[in-house]
Design a protein around this ligand. Structure first.
Ligand code: PMP
Length: 390
C-alpha cells in the first residue's frame, strides 16, 4: 500500500520562491515588481481608510459570530450587485452569493459546469493567471488553449481568440478576463468584446467572466463594460468576482459568484447546486471583510470615499504606465494596457541578470507589477530593462 510518505514533492511555485528571494535581498536599491498586490508610492500595501473605519464600526457593533449560512453576507452581495452588474442588477434571472475570494467563485463556477455538462471544454487564452488551469482541472474539465497575447509583438492575438471560439463545440466554456488582464494587461476593446460576444452567442457557448480588478483599469463602470455586454447578449453567464484588490482585503478572502440563466427558476436551481458544492468545500465563506465591505457600501459617505481611494490606486497605476511609456518608445505599449500587470520582452536569463546586477525582482515570464515601482525607481527600472534587452 502507498502512504503519504510516498508522495512526490510538489513543484514549487516560482512566484512564491521569488518573494523569498526578494525578501532576503538587502541591497537598498532593490526593486520588487514580482508580487501581485497593489503598492502605494512608499511600497506599502495599505489597508484602505474606509475599511479601517468599517472595521472599527464592526468591532463596536458586532454582537455575535454565529453562523451566517452558505450565502455569506446577503446584504454584501445586494450592495455589490449594481457596482458589478450595472443595470443587470435588477434582472431576476441573475443571482449571486459571497465566496472566499475570486478563487472560491471560480471553483464554484467550474464545479457547477462540471455537474451540468461534464464534457464541456474550457477555452483559455495563454498566458493567464497561473491558478486558472489548476482550478479548472481540479473540476475535471478539459482545457483548450489558444494564444491571448504575443509577447514579442506586444499584441493581443485577437484573431486566434476569435478562431478558437468559432471552432468550439456548443456548450463549451469561454473563460474571459473582465478587465485588467493578468498577467499581460492586454484587454479587449469595446469592438472586440462585441465580436467575441456575438461569436459566443452564435456558437451556443457559455461565458465565464473572471473580474478581479474592477476599478483598476479605467474606472468601475468602464471596467465592467465587457461583462455587461456579455450579460446583454447571453442567456447563460457565470461571473467570478473578487473584492480582494479593489477593497485591498487580500488575506481576508472576499469575492462573489453570479449565475445568469434563461429563467428565474433555473437560476434558483443552479444556486441550489452552488450552495451544495460550497457546503462540501468550505461550508460557508469567511465573514470579516465582507461585513466590512457591506458597512462601507451601505453608508453613502464611506461608499463615496471608497471610490476616491480606488481612484487613487487607479491613478497611480495609470501614471506609472505613462511614465514608463515616456521613458522609451519600446515601452509605448505599456500605456495602452490596463491594470497592475504588464509583460516585458525579456528572456528568463535576462530576468536573472536583472536580479543579480540590478536587484530587480520579476517573474521569469517577464510579468511585472507596475505599482511595485516607487516614483523614484521608474527611470532606473526602465534603463536597466533597456540595457538587459539590448
Ligand atoms: N482571477 C484573477 C485573474 C486573479 O489575478 C486573481 C488573484 N490574483 C484571482 C482571480 C483570485 O483572487 P482572490 O485572491 O480573490 O482569490
Amino acid at each position: 500500500t502507498r502512504s503519504i510518505a510516498d508522495l512526490a514533492p510538489v513543484k514549487s511555485d516560482s512566484l512564491l520562491a521569488l518573494i523569498d528571494l526578494a525578501n532576503a535581498d538587502k541591497r537598498p536599491e532593490k526593486i520588487d515588481v514580482g508580487v501581485g498586490v497593489y503598492r502605494d508610492s512608499s511600497g506599502a500595501t495599505p489597508i484602505l481608510k474606509v475599511i479601517k473605519e468599517a472595521e472599527r464600526r464592526l468591532l463596536e457593533t458586532q454582537e455575535t459570530k454565529s453562523y451566517l449560512g452558505g450565502r455569506g453576507d446577503v446584504r454584501f452581495a445586494e450592495l455589490l450587485a449594481p457596482i458589478l452588474l450595472g443595470e443587470h442588477s435588477s434582472d431576476e434571472r441573475i443571482a449571486g452569493i459571497q465566496t472566499p475570494g475570486g478563487c472560491g467563485a471560480l471553483t464554484l463556477g467550474f464545479h457547477l459546469i462540471k455537474a451540468a455538462n461534464p464534457g464541456a471544454r474550457v477555452l483559455v487564452g495563454t498566458p493567464t493567471w497561473p491558478n486558472h488551469a489548476p482550478i479548472i482541472r481540479g473540476c475535471e474539465l478539459e482545457i483548450v488553449e489558444y494564444r491571448h497575447y504575443d509577447r514579442a509583438s506586444r499584441q493581443l492575438c485577437f484573431d486566434e481568440m476569435a478562431e478558437t471560439v468559432k471552432s468550439a463545440r456548443p456548450g463549451d466554456v469561454v473563460l474571459l478576463h473582465g478587465c485588467c488582464h493578468n498577467p499581460t494587461g492586454a484587454d479587449l476593446d469595446a469592438q472586440q468584446w462585441a465580436e467575441i460576444t456575438a461569436l459566443i452567442v452564435g456558437r451556443g457557448l457559455l461565458p465565464v467572466v473572471d473580474i478581479a480588478y474592477q476599478g483598476f483599469g479605467d474606472g468601475l463602470d468602464p471596467d465592467a463594460a465587457g461583462l455587461r455586454a456579455i450579460l446583454d447578449a447571453c442567456d447563460t453567464v457565470i461571473v467570478a468576482q473578487s473584492c480582494d484588490k479593489n477593497f485591498g482585503v487580500y488575506r481576508d478572502r472576499v469575492g462573489s459568484v453570479w449565475i445568469k440563466t434563461a429563467s428565474t427558476s433555473s437560476t434558483a436551481t443552479a444556486m441550489g447546486h452552488i450552495l451544495q458544492i460550497s457546503r462540501e468545500m468550505w461550508s460557508m465563506p469567511p465573514d470579516h471583510a465582507a461585513a466590512a465591505i457591506r458597512i462601507v457600501l451601505d453608508d453613502a459617505k464611506l461608499s463615496a470615499d471608497w471610490r476616491v481611494e480606488l481612484d487613487g490606486m487607479r491613478g497611480r497605476i495609470a501614471s506609472l504606465r505613462q511614465r514608463l511609456a515616456a521613458a522609451d518608445p519600446q515601452f509605448g505599449y505599456i500605456a495602452e494596457q490596463k491594470g497592475m500587470f504588464s509583460m516585458l520582452p525579456v528572456t528568463p536569463e535576462q530576468v536573472v541578470r536583472l536580479r543579480e546586477t540590478h536587484a530587480i525582482y520579476m517573474a521569469d515570464s517577464g510579468r511585472f507589477n507596475i505599482c511595485g515601482l516607487s516614483d523614484e525607481q521608474v527611470d532606473r527600472f526602465a534603463s536597466a530593462v533597456l540595457e538587459a534587452i539590448g
